[in-house]
Design a protein around this ligand. Structure first.
Ligand code: M6R
Length: 587
């Protein structure tokens, strides 16, 4: 949450950070701000999205050094004063921050006792003032940052600059920060897309690390001891991080699934088999993830039971700590995350590590925190996912979990065949005729206040994820549930015309889920069947290919499209759903 970027180099820093902020907007879009240093520190801040703001609008001229922020508010309402950067009382230090300073009330009191004043409602404002406080005691800018950060409880990624120093300092503890370099300069940002137009040579900071960009670049731990770190090239392209001809990233990323499912299963066979052995040996296997990724793991749970005949526990990240008494050094934890930076999932890994649990990560962002914390890892290879609603990363996660399930049962080649068929046959879902049909369905149901989605077996978590997608971008109340559970309560809410999406595959649950759909139909519900075959009880049939154990993937794609069109038809921008941010780096 919140996007930060700093730049020092030969290009106009105002332009670099402005473009960077626009690419980071998916991380937060309540308000934004930029500070430049050209003699004095000057700032421009505003509420809302940075979207259409131009370099000229900023009236900041050009500078060699700038820091900037796009906010997802945690402490303090959304207004211009609370927007970052925040300045120290002497106006010489500017700081942008992502994370939460948990002890900010105590730190404010401490600073107030030392004659500091506060102007914003944020937790962040203590940081530049602590730096000023320590610098007044005679330490350098670097020393001031070190001492200030040592006082903070909670999580942070910060970028700071000082009017009298030629450097930008970045530091992290718990929130992501990545450094980029090219011939002309250095970048410090929350995520790679911020500077992908200028370089793909990156170095991820670890917790409790600091980077100083001056004449060159140096890395330190937070106590100031120098460290050596390596840069690496990330194989993302600028094209992948831009909308191209699409109106929204969400649609672009849905359509990219034409390619990404295939890429997700292009893994090293040897490694897949090694991981399969590890899973088989695991005495207590936990799948842990949040949000959409957690629904992917719930789908994985069914696939492991059915294909691998292996019991796995599926727990969402924030609940995992309450299972700690079941953990031993024989437990295996598999964490799944698009960003690799989700605070609740990271928190779960920390709990597991304390118990000696081995961790396998399945992430989409190379070098991300979860990847670095894990003992083993797979990349889902879906390319950068910018839309707040996860789509292509989700199907990549499901495909990889499917492959692992087959590998656990000695059927890696069979798994590959199933997924190859899925890739081939799912191509028809991206034809304009199919997409238009889903748009037409959105027209039919857009004015309803409630949508129900039912499934059984693997299709139960598919239903949960379909409802999740509809809710987060269209704000229509949608409820996913196990088909069999409907009659135990929720059926009371079905009225004439209530849209109900029914996920039907050619599996052992087919007859039962059709019966559940009939129960809804006989109470007036409008039945939308997502299924390889039509059925007389469907009022609307969305035909998907019959791809056996990979059916979760093809059933989800039309649901993603439907969510997208529902949002657009309601006049919402699906790339920026209200109250949400792409990467949830707070607990
Ligand atoms: O980056 P992660 O996959 O760990 O993110 C987990 C959730 O925050 C994420 O899936 C969220 O639910 C998305 N908004 C779903 O579209």
């Amino acid at each position: 949450m919140c996007g930060i970027i700093g730049y020092k180099g030969g290009k106009n820093a105002v332009k670099v950070v402005l473009n960077g902020l626009k690419r980071l907007e998916y991380r937060g879009y309540d308000s934004w701000g930029i500070a430049v240093k050209d003699g004095n520190i000057r700032t421009v801040k505003d509420i809302g999205k940075i979207g259409a703001v131009s370099e000229e609008d900023l009236k900041l001229g050009s500078a060699q050094m700038a820091i900037a922020h796009t906010r997802w508010s945690t402490h303090g309402e959304v207004n211009q004063i609370n927007a970052h950067p925040h300045l120290s009382n002497n106006k010489r230090i500017a700081v942008v921050h992502n994370g939460i300073v948990e002890n900010y009330v105590k730190l404010r009191e401490f600073l107030k006792e030392n004659n500091f004043e506060f102007y914003s409602g944020t937790d962040t404002e203590v940081i530049p003032n602590l730096i000023e406080f320590f610098m007044e005691e005679g330490v350098s800018f670097k020393g001031g940052v070190s001492k200030a950060l040592a006082m903070l409880e909670g999580s942070f990624a910060i970028v700071a600059m000082h009017q009298d120093y030629p450097e930008i300092i970045g530091a992290r503890n718990g929130s992501p920060l990545v450094v980029g370099r090219n011939n002309g300069g250095f970048f410090i940002a929350s995520d790679v897309p911020a500077f992908l137009d200028l370089t793909n040579e990156v170095c991820y900071l670890d917790d409790k690390e600091m980077v100083i960009v001056g004449e060159g670049i140096d890395f330190f731990d937070l106590s100031g001891v120098k460290k050596e770190k390596e840069f690496q090239f990330i194989d993302w392209t600028l094209e992948q991080a831009e909308k191209g001809n699409y109106d929204h990233f969400m649609l672009k990323e849905i359509m990219e699934q034409k390619e990404t499912i295939k890429k997700s299963i292009e893994q090293d066979d040897k490694k897949i088999l090694e991981m399969a052995d590890l899973i088989k040996e695991g005495y207590g296997v936990f799948f842990v993830a949040c949000g959409t990724a957690s629904y992917a793991t719930r789908i994985g749970g069914y696939l492991f039971s059915k294909i691998a005949k292996k019991h796995v526990n599926v727990v969402c990240g924030s609940e995992f700590p309450y299972y700690k008494d079941f953990l031993t050094d024989k437990t295996l934890m598999i964490v799944v995350s698009q960003s690799g930076e989700t605070a609740d999932t990271i928190g779960a890994v920390k709990v597991a590590k304390e118990k000696g649990v081995k961790v396998l990560s399945i992430v989409n962002v190379m070098g991300s925190t979860l990847m670095r914390m894990a003992d083993y890892s797979f990349l889902t290879n879906a390319g950068p996912e910018i839309g707040v609603a996860s789509t292509k990363a989700t199907t990549a996660q499901i495909a990889l979990l499917t492959l692992l399930a087959y590998a656990c049962n000695g059927g890696l080649e069979e798994g590959k065949e199933v997924l190859k068929k899925c890739v081939e046959e799912s191509q028809e879902l991206f034809d304009s005729k199919f997409v238009d049909k889903i748009e037409g369905l959105a027209d039919k149901i857009v004015n309803y206040n409630d949508i129900y989605v039912i499934g059984r077996g693997t299709n139960f978590p598919v239903a949960l994820e379909a409802a999740h997608k509809i809710k987060e971008v269209s704000y229509i109340h949608a409820e996913g549930m196990a088909g069999g559970e409907l009659k135990h309560g929720t059926i009371a809410l079905i009225d004439k015309g209530t849209p109900c999406i029914c996920m039907v595959s050619n599996d052992e649950a087919k007859n039962d889920i059709i019966s559940n759909a009939m129960e809804i139909k006989s109470r007036g519900g409008f039945i939308i069947g997502i299924s390889p075959e039509d059925n007389e009880i469907f009022d609307f049939h969305v035909k998907v290919p019959d791809v056996g154990e990979a059916s979760a993937i093809v059933n989800l794609i039309p649901a993603q499209m439907l969510a997208y069109y529902l949002a657009v038809k309601k006049g919402f921008n699906p790339d920026f759903p209200k109250n949400l941010a792409k990467c949830v780096t707070v607990k």
